[in-house]
Design a protein around this ligand. Structure first.
Ligand code: SF4
Ligand code: SF4
Length: 463
């Protein structure tokens, strides 16, 4: 069934779509001689290595154990020898703990996790446990551990599951291809997530520039779960952002500083739904994903199923290599992606795209004065006032920026995209968020220390 009553979130922009790889079918990337697998490819604590240099491993074997509530298991992408437990360069430019695997060329699989073919009758807690065992994280970019996302916080209730098939970032087509080529697996993953959450209100949201995927999922959904509805959304960036998507699908507004659970919703990416199906039904942990490799300097843009730990350089080689000059290498899409400074950076669970821009496509920001035109206010989907905020931040008035809700900024880039003065607005927001975040953490630590001192004093007095 297709859902028709949908709403439009505030603001947003319409960048050129440039989804040139939308017709390119997913191809499995060939086996490499070596994989550099980060132990920190999710939000939260890095996984703890459970292998050491010299150990032999199999494909799908656990090599990193989740080290806290917000963490995720890591599995080997192939069979071979652990060359080193070391550090590698991550997409954000920091060093990450990693396990380097030298492939033995055999690609021998480890014993799978016990498949749960009868998942419809399996205890939801067992299904949730499997999500954690398989190391599933949000694959739309945030990499938030899915087990945590599907655990309903105490005092909250969930009535709606929204599956994010929006893929509103220009250039990226990995989710589109996945919905088109593996609708059954995606839908099974959706139904499993719904069973874990015990919800019957299930919406798969897809922008209407993916008409073939909308048609495919609308046709297949009733064969898996009659509660699944497909919503065809008008194209508008950043519709795939969690809070905006919740509004579009339900007209509910997540409060400032709040979470989707505050409005009884959980949002999950289609890639995570696919991984969930593989983990539960096939017993396969998450060690590979579909990634788009694209951009003007790329000879043959397309979509590949890469194993985690594949260097960007190998992905670019598979896409025919580089023609002409490269102005910028980005992990993700052009709006919210991260500039990467080395092709040695490995693909991780959240790498939705590898994008190369030609030198003439790289926008040069300026520090020109704000024109007070107000266009950024109209574009900001969080209803902030980016022009005023950026002036406060330039003058290091971070307390003012905090009072003007800079922490609500989702770093979508709409303001910078629309600004006629070419001001580096997102960079300003990131700087303020880092400053305010550090202040809040210091305040929390000081309050905790004071509470501990008070409790120790009270104990002394009791003695
Ligand atoms: S980057 Fe932040 S301030 Fe700019 S439009 Fe997006 S949410 Fe608003
Ligand atoms: S769009 Fe740019 S110039 Fe216009 S108000 Fe915002 S920051 Fe100022």
């Amino acid at each position: 069934m297709t859902l028709n009553h949908i709403f439009h979130f505030y603001g947003g922009v319409h960048p050129r779509e440039a989804k040139v790889s939308s017709k390119a079918a997913i191809v499995a990337a060939p086996l490499l001689e070596q994989y550099t697998v980060p132990l920190a490819m999710h939000i939260g604590a890095p996984a703890t290595p459970v292998v050491k240099a010299g150990d032999m491993v199999k494909r799908g074997q656990l090599i990193g154990q989740a080290s806290g509530f917000v963490s995720a298991n890591i599995h080997s992408p192939t069979s071979g020898k652990v060359k080193a437990v070391d550090f590698c360069l991550g997409a954000v430019g920091t060093q990450l703990p990693c396990v380097v695997i030298e492939s033995d060329g055999e690609d021998t699989p480890a014993d799978p996790l016990p498949p749960m073919a009868d998942w419809q009758d399996t205890d939801p807690n067992q299904l949730l446990k499997r999500v954690g065992e398989a190391g599933i994280v949000g694959m739309g970019g945030a990499a938030f551990p899915t087990q945590v996302k599907l655990s309903i916080p105490p005092g909250k209730s969930i009535d709606t599951l929204i599956i994010n098939g929006v893929e509103c970032e220009p250039c990226l087509t990995a989710d589109h291809r996945l919905m088109l080529e593996a609708p059954q697996k995606v839908l099974q993953g959706v139904a499993i997530a719904a069973r874990i959450l015990n919800v019957t209100n299930i919406v798969i949201a897809i922008e209407n520039n993916k008409a073939d995927a909308i048609k495919q999922l609308s046709k297949s959904a009733p064969t898996v779960d009659s509660n699944i509805r497909v919503a065809a959304l008008q194209v508008c960036y950043p519709q795939g952002s969690e809070k905006q998507l919740i509004y579009t699908a339900t007209k509910r507004q997540v409060p400032s500083g709040g979470l989707p659970a505050d409005v009884h919703c959980v949002v999950m990416n289609v890639g995570s739904a696919f991984a969930l199906s593989e983990a539960v039904i096939d017993g396969k942990p998450l060690y590979e994903r579909v990634t788009t490799v694209t951009g003007t300097p790329i000879a043959s843009p397309g979509n590949w199923r890469f194993r985690v730990g594949t260097p960007f350089a190998e992905a670019i080689k598979l896409a025919g290599g580089i023609q002409g000059k490269v102005g910028k290498l980005i992990s993700g899409g052009p709006m919210m992606g991260m500039t990467v400074y080395s092709q040695a950076v490995p693909i991780v669970k959240s790498t939705s795209g590898i994008l190369l821009l030609a030198p003439e496509e790289v926008f040069q920001y300026t520090s020109k004065a704000c024109l007070r035109c107000g266009r950024c206010n109209d574009a900001c989907p969080m209803q902030l006032m980016p022009g005023i905020l950026s002036t406060q931040i330039e003058n290091e008035r971070f307390d003012d920026a905090q009072n003007w809700n800079v922490m609500d900024c989702i770093e979508c880039g709409c303001c910078a995209f629309i600004c006629p003065a070419g001001r580096p607005l997102v960079q300003h927001m990131r700087r303020a968020k880092a400053e305010v975040g550090a202040k809040l953490r210091a305040q929390k630590a000081a309050a905790q220390k004071a509470a501990e001192a008070k409790s120790s004093e009270a104990k002394q007095e009791t003695k």
